[in-house]
Ligand binder design. Structure first.
Ligand code: KG4
Ligand code: ZN
Length: 356
């Protein structure tokens, strides 16, 4: 059972005073800026993706990423402010991703945020990127408050290109990390298998599309249960797909790409869902939250939503992958708790959610 958590007044704070926060995100290969009101309402959200740039290499080159962030950061912040019809003087704070992420990419966003904070006198707030993914589930469309707000305690699964984390969220901003990947992240496995099957970068959308025409039972790829612990391992399945492809190529068979993609996707989704449900059962939560780039996956969304025992919260597709609205969203919640960071704030490339 979950221990009682001291009540905080964040929800009340969000009902009354207005906090409008500019969020800046540059932890990986998206340069993004957004303005969010009270952690719930997106006033603007601008994203410059580097996908096309990195697609030619089949993965991210950190130096290429940070130089592209330098080119995009000012126009993107300018766009977010213009689309929100607000000036810096109308805002209450500047939230920026401090980590986890690529050091050279993080510092571009952090330095932009510091410059804006110095120029405007607004407070600076350093935000954890994974916490941002969680809070994307609180965001609603402009002008509307989200109808189905997640309730605590809730079981959260973050599945992205860099992370696979199971987290018990006991209250706003209160986390217990239950487990995570021991090797590849779920999104990383999608990207690596897509590369092998020549389905483009990033791999998730390509695998999903190709899997639509395939049989998910064609290949029985291994599911890594790790004794039903809350840890994950996806390197075994990646190797199993590679071996199968090598075998088929040796036999000069035409690669059944759709069946391979469908069977791989089915195995990953099955592991993600089973472990999430096991944890929700053990910690007796009524709500499940799934966030991060892989939560855009249709099969995952459909299968978790098809059970009726838990209320499931998954952000809309535009908020599953990296964006700055989620950073501004957390910024609002943290602004109400009084968080303020100094100009000495550094990037935190390996910042775990359990340190929050
Ligand atoms: O959250 P995100 O944008 O960046 C990180 O913080 O890592 O996640 C990117 C990951 C990539 O690995 C990408 O292949 C995966 O999310 N992804 C998907 C889908 N869309 C994006 N994976 C499976 N199915 C999708 N539809
Ligand atoms: Zn992310």
């Amino acid at each position: 059972m979950i221990e009682a958590v001291e009540e905080n007044n964040i929800d009340e704070g969000l009902e009354n005073p207005i906090a409008r926060i500019l969020g800046i995100e540059s932890s990986c290969d998206e340069t993004a800026a957004a303005v969010v009101e009270n952690g719930r309402v997106i006033l603007s959200s601008a994203v410059a993706s580097q996908e096309d740039l990195h697609a030619q290499y089949g993965g991210i080159f950190p130096e290429v990423a940070s130089r592209q962030h330098i080119l995009s950061i000012y126009p993107i912040v300018d766009q977010a402010l213009k689309e929100a019809h607000l000036k810096l003087a109308d805002l209450d704070g500047i939230a920026v991703t401090r980590g986890p992420g690529l050091p050279g990419s993080l510092v571009v966003g952090i330095n932009m945020a510091k410059g804006l904070a110095i120029g405007s006198g607004l407070p600076l707030l350093g935000i954890n990127h994974l916490e941002g993914h969680l809070y994307s589930a609180w965001l609603g469309e402009e002008g509307k408050k989200k109808k189905k707000t997640p309730k605590f305690p809730l079981l959260a699964l973050i599945v992205s290109g860099g992370h696979t984390e199971l987290i018990l969220m006991k209250d706003h901003l209160v986390y217990e990390r239950l487990g995570g990947t021991l090797d590849d992240a779920a999104g990383e496995a999608f990207d690596k298998v897509a590369r092998l099957l020549e389905l483009g970068y990033p791999g998730g959308p390509g695998i999903q599309k190709t899997a639509e025409g395939g049989n998910p039972e064609a290949f029985d790829f291994p599911r890594s249960w790790l004794d039903d612990s809350y840890n994950f391992s996806f390197s075994g399945i990646k190797t199993a797909v590679l071996r199968t492809v090598q075998q088929l190529e040796k036999q000069k068979s035409k690669l059944p790409v759709a069946d391979l993609a469908a069977s791989f996707q089915a195995a990953v989704v099955e592991v993600l869902i089973r472990k999430t449900l096991l944890a929700a059962e053990e910690y007796q939560t009524k709500d499940i939250l799934i966030a991060g780039g892989v939560s855009a996956n249709h099969a995952l969304r459909e299968q978790i939503s098809s059970q009726k025992k838990y209320r499931v919260h998954i952000p809309p597709l535009s908020l599953c992958t990296d964006n700055a609205a989620m950073i501004a969203g957390v910024g609002c919640f943290r602004y109400f708790t009084g968080q303020r960071d100094g100009l000495e704030m550094d990037a935190a490339p390996n910042w775990s959610i359990s340190e929050l």
